[in-house]
Design a binder for this molecule. Sequence first.
Ligand code: PFF
Length: 458
Amino acid sequence: MGRENFGSKLGAILAAAGSAVGLGNIWRFPIETGQNGGAAFIIIYVCCIIVFGLPIMTSEFLIGRYTHANTAGAFRIVSNGSIWKWVGRLGVFTGWFILCYYVVVGAWTLHYTYLSVTNAFNEVPAKQYENIFGDFVSNPWIPTLWLFLFIGVIHFVITRGVQSGIEKSAKLMMPTLFIITLFLAVCSISLPGASKGLEFLLKPDWSKVDSTTVLEAMGQAFYSLSLAMGCLCTYASYFDKKTPLAKSAVNVSMIDTLIAIMAGFIIFPSVFNIGMDPNDVGVGAGLTFVSLPNVFQQALGDGSILAVIFSTAFYFLLFVAALTSAISLHEVATAYVTEEFNMSRKKGATLVTSTILVLGTLCSLSFGPLSHATLFDRNIFEMFDDLSGRFLLPIGGMLISIFAGWVLDRKLYRDEISNGGDLKTPYFKMLIFSLRYITPIAIGLVFLDQMGAFNFLK
Ligand code: PFF
């Protein structure tokens, strides 16, 4: 059977945007922005995207579309089987690895959607939210059941194939995601006191910007755009030859950034409405599952129908965002096993799903029965998170930019990016310059920073 392609350009862009828009946009970007100088941080973030996000994304798209192969196969082809083929394998491994803990959080969003619909947060005292979350994640059964359901949905989409699975679901879920985000942002902005929240998010405060801010913006841009994990390369392998590479990269980045900023419009107006200190709301799971359920109840009326709707819509939004990203990660691994080991799609997907069922369950249980299984004080979930975020991602990103800038044939790059000369590419020299010099150095700095080498800057 021939290899499938996406049926339309729109479908291709929505699928790639689905990969990019995920938990990172909602539970990290707004907080980082608020605490690092508002609009000043957004400007730096956008610069990071332009200077090194777009060049890497375009290169990943190019390698995928040119080879029409899974990420490992793609790098083997473009590297002519040299040592650089390992960059593709690293991408597949990283994507697969991230998926194992990403699904755990996806499962939590399902549970919180359920709690919201059933009005379980009605009249819960503020202090109680931490216990609710703690009791839930440490329970051996409930998170695991949600996990199986979440993985089941991913499996269902993946086995249906590229067009009727991934593309169709992206065409349904991305507009849904956008509408819910818009609805929540409008509701939140219309709360009394909302303007203070918008000010916190948007007022540029350059005094808060230092070298650490820039490094943080780079790290966030990297994760948020799903770079260096094989996702973009895999999806681009289903692009048809006419899909414009650089323009698609710009579109995906714009959608990703827009949703991230709108997530800030949801969170901060509500936080300021109830008079909470925005520096106390936390980040990541603490923000999402401990602070926000309380904020929503108080801002919209404890147990009121509005609170139920708002809270349900918010956790459902998180669920959709996590799902589309998780699907893209699963596809990286599925494309790899089916093509490299000659399996049917169904078999390949089942193999991948089985591994994430096992490893995902271990990650999930690491907050309960397996909490004593630690290394360097980190539980299994945190080890997966750390290893991928701190090591695999920056190393992969750096290698991709070095490969694309120095090793990949320049003529091939130009031919591909201009669709055989059909498109004008005035940015070509800049792009190569960034891939060769700016990006590897920038990522190297982020990497050293995360390793603690730059603590003196803080
Ligand atoms: N970009 C996603 C987010 O912001 O949550 C996370 C992610 C998805 C990272 C897919 C990597 C990936 F391949």
